[in-house]
Design a protein around this ligand. Structure first.
Ligand SMILES: Cc1cc2nc3c(=O)[nH]c(=O)nc-3n(C[C@H](O)[C@H](O)[C@H](O)COP(=O)(O)OP(=O)(O)OC[C@H]3O[C@@H](n4cnc5c(N)ncnc54)[C@H](O)[C@@H]3O)c2cc1C
Length: 318
């Protein structure tokens, strides 16, 4: 099968990848966006986005749909549900193949594969995934209407989702291993003010228990080492993320110890013509605004790279 050529191939169709696609295709570059899941990335898991400028409140689904349509209308080809089989970053002409045999080449690649929720790694976790254990309040919160649940974590996601889950659950026990939370103060204040939330600091779940579905968790008080059981129907785990860079491990793209992609301020990786943006890169904050900004920077620099290598593509439109 002959390889189809693009000016840029973007891997990942979250806000970073879609923004990069919008900028590049608007500059008349030929762009292919590939996603192993569905376009939208983590935004699709987000019930409400209230901190994206221009929208006081918008569902993550609607925001991702808007971005996807905009990228498509500017001319990006978007393929969802793909699996990358081979990839060559190092040649001047980059190339990749998908399982099923489709092959593509490009002048530039933008890596925008985001991240995913981290597992707790506790006995019983795998058994009860989807049968009481969830990593997405928006997807599964409604299943726990009128029930007792726990939320694990102490960052912004854990605290915001604990509050949002009180819409469904009769009681939310918030379990965190440290003696303080890491979340923004306003998120902590909302938790404190919510009578449905009970906080258990310096505590950790040591096992998930049940038969067909989750029935209880065993919790250890890390100060007294006392173990006790909490009867509940569900546990939502929000303890951070891992960059989706498994497919890059052992390849030429430089990653840090956390397996996040290392970029410079131009979103350039260590390989010329390969850029990266969004939650997959090494950085402190992970937000849609940042993914969008980095997608923009990656696209503008990719465009400059393309123009240097090829004179037929127009200048970027700012
Ligand atoms: C529950 C929740 C609530 C959130 N709430 C907010 C909020 O209110 N405001 C805010 O600003 N941010 C919020 N965030 C964070 C925000 O969603 C992320 O920072 C943002 O989506 C990151 O964008 P991204 O494009 O880098 O990656 P992602 O959104 O993770 O998208 C990456 C895409 O790459 C695809 N992909 C992964 N690996 C591969 C591969 N090997 N090949 C091809 N495709 C691949 C994935 O399927 C995915 O579609 C929230 C996140 C979560 C989980």
């Amino acid at each position: 099968m002959e390889a189809k050529h693009y000016d840029s191939i973007i891997i990942g169709a979250g806000p970073a990848g879609l923004t990069a696609g919008i900028y590049l295709s608007r500059a008349k570059a030929k762009v292919l966006i590939l996603d192993s899941g569905v376009a939208g990335g983590q935004m699709i898991l987000t019930h409400e986005v209230a901190n994206y400028p221009g929208f006081e409140s918008i569902s993550g689904y609607e925001l991702s749909n808007n971005m996807r349509k905009q990228a498509k209308n500017f001319g990006c080809d978007i393929m969802s549900g793909i699996s990358i089989e081979t990839i060559d970053f190092e040649s001047d002409k980059k190339s990749l193949s998908l399982s099923g045999g489709k092959r593509f080449t490009s002048d530039t690649i933008i890596l925008a594969t985001g991240g995913r929720s981290r597992n707790l790694g506790v006995a019983g976790e795998d058994n009860f995934k989807g049968r009481g254990i969830s990593y997405c309040a928006t997807c599964d919160g409604d299943f726990f209407t009128g029930r007792k649940i726990a939320v694990v974590g102490g960052g912004n996601s854990a605290m915001e989702e604990a509050v949002s889950l009180t819409k469904y659950a009769t009681k939310v026990t918030l379990i965190h291993q440290f003696d303080h939370f890491q979340a923004f103060q306003h998120a902590q204040d909302e938790v404190k003010a919510n009578p449905k939330i009970e906080v258990k600091l310096s505590s950790k779940i040591t096992s998930f228990n049940g038969d067909e579905k989750l029935e209880s968790v065993t919790v250890e008080n890390l100060l007294t080492h006392e173990n006790y059981e909490i009867a509940l129907d569900g546990v939502f785990i929000f303890i951070g993320y891992e960059a989706n860079t498994d497919f890059l491990q052992g390849r030429c793209i430089a990653l840090n110890d956390g397996q996040e992609i290392i970029t410079d301020a131009n979103m350039q990786t260590n390989i010329p013509g390969v850029f990266a943006a969004g939650d997959a890169i090494a950085k402190r904050y992970r937000q849609i605004t940042l993914a969008v900004a980095e997608g923009t920077i990656a696209a503008l620099n990719a465009m400059e790279y393309i123009n240097k290598h090829k004179s037929t593509v127009s200048q970027p439109v700012y």
